[in-house]
Structures are given as C-alpha cells and as structure tokens.
Design a protein around this ligand. Sequence first.
Ligand code: HEM
Ligand code: HEM
Length: 193
Amino acid sequence: MRDRYTATAIALHWLIAVLLPGQFAFGLMLDDIPRGTPERGFYVNLHKSSGIVIGLLVLLRIVWRLTHVPPPLSDTMPAWQRHTARFSHALLYLCMLMLPLSGYLASNVSKHGIKFFNLVRLPPWGPDDKLLYAFFNQTHHLTALLLALFVGLHVLAVAKHMLIDRDGLLWRMWPRRAIHRMRTRADLPLESR
Ligand code: HEM
Ligand code: HEM
C-alpha cells in the first residue's frame, strides 16, 4: 500500500488549487462591470470559458479518484478524524463539481448561451427561463461561498497536522522530487546551500 498520492493526483490537486481561487476572484470582479456593456459580455464569456476548462479538469480528477485508492490515513489518527477527513474531501469534490455545473446550466437557460473564449458561439440548448436561471445562478453563488469556506477549513486542518500533530501530512500531497531537493539541501553545510 503506498503512503502518498500518485503524481497525477498531486498534479491535478495543485493545478486546480491554483486555478479555483483565481476563477473565484474573477467571478467577484464581474460584479464591478456594468451590465449591458460590451465589456461585461466579453469578461462574462471569458469567465464561463475558463470555468468550463476548470470543470473538465475537475471531472478528470473525479474519474481519477474513483478509479484509484487514496493512501490510507495513519492508524494513529482517531477514527472520527479519519471519517471527518473523508467526509470533508467528499464535500470539496461536490462543491468543485456543482460550481462549474451550476454556471454551465444557468448559461444554457438564458438567451446569451456561451461564447467560448469569445471565439466559438455555443448556442443555449435550454429554454430562456428567468426562474430557472435565477435558481442555477443562486446555486452558483452559494456553492462558491461554501467552497471558499470548505477550502479554508481544509487548509486549517492541514496546518494543524503540520504544526501541532507534526505528522507530515502535507508531504503525502507534495511532489516527490521537490521533497528530495529540500532534503538534499538540508543535508548540505549552510555555507554551500
Ligand atoms: C469553475 C469554477 C467557477 C468558479 C470558482 C466561479 C465563481 C464565480 C463567482 C464567485 C461569481 C460571482 C458570484 C456572485 O457575485 O453572485 C461567479 C459569477 C458568474 N459565473 Fe462563475 N464560477 C465558476 C465557473 C463558471 C462556469 C463554468 C460558468 C458558465 C459556463 C460560470 C458563469 C458565471 C456567470 C454568468 C456569473 C455572473 C452571474 C451574475 O452576476 O449574474 N461560472 N462565478
Ligand atoms: C482550491 C483549493 C483546494 C482544494 C479544492 C483542495 C481539495 C482537496 C481534496 C478534494 C483532497 C482529497 C484528495 C483525495 O483523497 O482524493 C485534498 C487533499 C489534500 N490537500 Fe487540498 N485542496 C485545496 C488546497 C489545498 C492547500 C492550499 C493545501 C495546503 C495547505 C492542501 C493540502 C492538501 C493535502 C496535504 C491533502 C492530502 C490529505 C490526506 O493525505 O488525506 N490543499 N485537497
């Protein structure tokens, strides 16, 4: 049984961990662009397009996760902590999936549809329904807030493992080569680092 995540899981985790907060900030920035202007159309379509790309990466990650067993958590961790960790990871996956999906569904029940990277028009496949749009838009808004909350708790949990339990949990999700480089540097005398 391996004691760390695979290189693919690590690459997808960190790629998505960098892209999601950027996309979140981009979403909030949209509020500052006046409605009905060409700029808004341009940036909203850019947000939709990068969101779709992130959504596809999330799908890939979920497929990967469903077909691979994660490294087991340490036996020294109380059972409730192991259950909480698995449950919070499931919530993170759910939010990561619901967020782009709700945005995508909202865009397809509105006459605007999506203009992929402002180049290719993807006409909406649903009806132009204001009520449905409001529902998916609210879901998008709420899921974004929930994801931010869960990511905050996730980072706090990792910090607790690293600073209080000192069990090196972070290294399970850290590229092996980077750890090797850090260890080699730590072995060198100070003046030659
Ligand atoms: C993948 C990650 C995504 C994140 C983190 C994200 C985040 C956000 C955030 C934080 C907002 C502002 C919410 C508000 O102020 O109500 C927003 C707005 C919006 N998002 Fe996303 N989004 C994502 C994907 C998508 C996708 C895939 C689409 C559509 C295909 C989309 C369509 C929209 C639209 C149209 C708005 C503006 C809503 C409005 O102001 O009426 N988003 N997004
Ligand atoms: C948008 C930001 C992030 C998201 C959505 C996210 C999501 C996730 C998910 C879903 C897992 C579970 C992996 C699995 O078992 O399939 C995970 C694991 C992990 N994440 Fe994050 N993460 C984010 C940011 C971070 C950050 C900033 C850190 C570092 C402080 C971090 C450190 C870790 C570690 C160490 C694990 C492995 C935990 C274990 O061994 O059980 N993550 N992350």
